[in-house]
Design a binder for this molecule. Sequence first.
Ligand code: RB5
Length: 166
Amino acid sequence: MTKIAIGSDHVGIELKPVIIDYLQELGYDVTDFGTKTTDRTDYPIYGKKVGEAVASGDYDLGILICGTGVGISLAANKVNGIRAVVCSEPYSAQLSRQHNNTNVLAFGSRVVGAELAKMIVKSWLDASFIGGRHLRRVDELGAIEAKDDQKFVVLQGSTSSRYTDD
Ligand code: RB5
């Protein structure tokens, strides 16, 4: 069963149980990494926790909610191995999995309602990485993260058709 780590700050806390219930209905194993109260808190705490849970391999995917999804996704993206996307519509969520192999999805409780959030989650979870030419780009992201400029340059030169596909 796919294991999902979920987290939010205090602004995302009302939407989070709706998403947890939905994920459980869909058959996912979900663990809430907080926050657990409506007390004001800081979104980096939960972006970091969920990012580390996914990067460690203990969880397959992560979902994050704050006011806009921006701050909490920025925090998760600071964890090595995390490719977090903030989405307010399903198309980008789907493409972010297919092309960018995102492993964390974020959205904003001040931006999307519960039903749209569920559509975004479903589109993201139903999609999977299609590899091919997209693998090189994801590997380039990894080289930036590793500060491996040599690998980054080698990867860029590893295809002759880079301007003939999308
Ligand atoms: C909290 O006011 C708000 O800044 C936070 O939930 C989030 O939107 C940050 O990006």
